[in-house]
Design a protein around this ligand. Structure first.
Ligand code: NDP
Length: 300
């Protein structure tokens, strides 16, 4: 029995960040300009605090300016919109990210739509979603972009591949499906109402799981040799009470069948922040009227 190649997203993301750091330094040397990323956190959700800290840390590590805006959980929608309006106007800020989820009193969609399209480095603004759908040049959401980079690194040209995406959220499933369609895959977008889910998955040369259900996809759902991208991040209980992170794919059975697979953790996860930095670099160049560089991961 063969076992799948493990796609090392942690290593790929580190090489991508190294390359972004090089391009950021070049931008500074040639144009005297440093990209800036503003991250806005409302409230004190512990997981969000860790994400925001990591985003700031990694932005600084690649030589960008990082602006962290921590607002209390009681912040009103008007106050948050006012902060976003300020950031939209601030020339030092090239990318704006509002950490989700937001407290109940705030309408997340209204907040997303208030971010300037050119600074929407999460790619969640409806105009950027529309540009992705019609094949235009917008901002591509970070996790989907990371998945695509891993797939292209593994498979090269994706044209003609049968791709099944499990999950149709606006931030993961739908943009991944749009990206794969743009790469000329034949795409099936599956969800909770899909009939014969396992059978749909078995047809996939490329299977992307983004459902948020721990270990739902079993080894016998996978076509032998398929490339499996596991976006899911789920914490399951362990006897020591600490819990353990697993994906949406049952790794131990899948690894026996797939040709290649991303692990959880260490697969798609690290790509998300690396792609956020890439989007910030791209946004900064576009705002300055400088051609955005084609960023490839640094050599091993
Ligand atoms: P959502 O909850 O927004 O969407 C889940 C999708 O999965 C929905 O489309 C839902 O279908 C579908 N679904 C749920 N249950 C089933 C089922 N039993 N069978 C088939 N389809 C099902 O989740 P997200 O898209 O935000 O996130 C998905 C996963 O990815 C989560 O584990 C999340 O933690 C992870 N994630 C990881 C990131 C990373 O950096 N690696 C970044 C973002 C998310 P329907 O629409 O019909 O309800």
């Amino acid at each position: 029995m063969t076992t799948a190649t493990i796609i090392d997203g942690k290593n790929f993301a580190a090489r991508l960040r190294a390359s972004i750091a090089g391009h950021t330094a070049q931008l500074k040397a040639a144009h005297g300009f440093t990209p800036g990323l503003a991250v806005v956190l409302v409230g004190d959700d512990p997981a969000s605090q860790i994400y925001v800290r990591n985003k700031g840390l990694q932005a600084r590590e690649v030589g960008m300016n990082s602006f962290e805006h921590r607002l209390p959980a009681t912040t009103t929608q008007a106050e948050l919109l006012a902060r976003i309006a300020d950031l939209n106007q601030d020339p030092a800020v090239n990318g704006i990210l509002v950490q989700l989820p937001l407290p109940a009193q705030i309408d997340a969609q209204a907040v997303i739509e208030a971010i300037a399209v050119s600074k929407d480095v999460d790619g969640f603004h409806p105009l950027n979603a529309g540009l992705l759908a019609v094949g235009g040049t917008g901002m591509v959401p970070c996790t989907p972009l990371g998945c695509l980079m891993l797939l292209k690194d593994r498979l090269g040209n994706l044209a003609g591949q049968r791709a099944v995406v499990l999950g149709r959220s606006n931030i993961v499933g739908k943009p991944i499906a749009a990206l794969l369609l743009r790469e000329n895959c034949t795409v099936t977008l599956a969800h909770s109402r899909t009939r014969d889910l396992a059978e749909e998955c078995r047809r996939a040369d490329i299977l992307v799981a983004a459902v948020g259900k721990a270990q739902m996809v079993k080894g016998d759902w996978i076509k032998p040799g398929a490339t499996v991208i596991d976006v899911g991040i789920n914490r399951i209980p362990t006897p020591d009470g600490k819990g353990r992170l697993v994906g949406d794919v049952e790794f131990d059975s899948a690894v026996q069948v797939a040709g290649a697979i991303t692990p959880v953790p260490g697969g798609v996860g690290p790509m998300t922040i690396a792609c956020l930095l890439l989007n910030t670099l791209t946004a900064a160049c576009r705002q300055q009227g400088i051609p955005a560089p084609e960023v490839k991961p640094a050599a091993e």
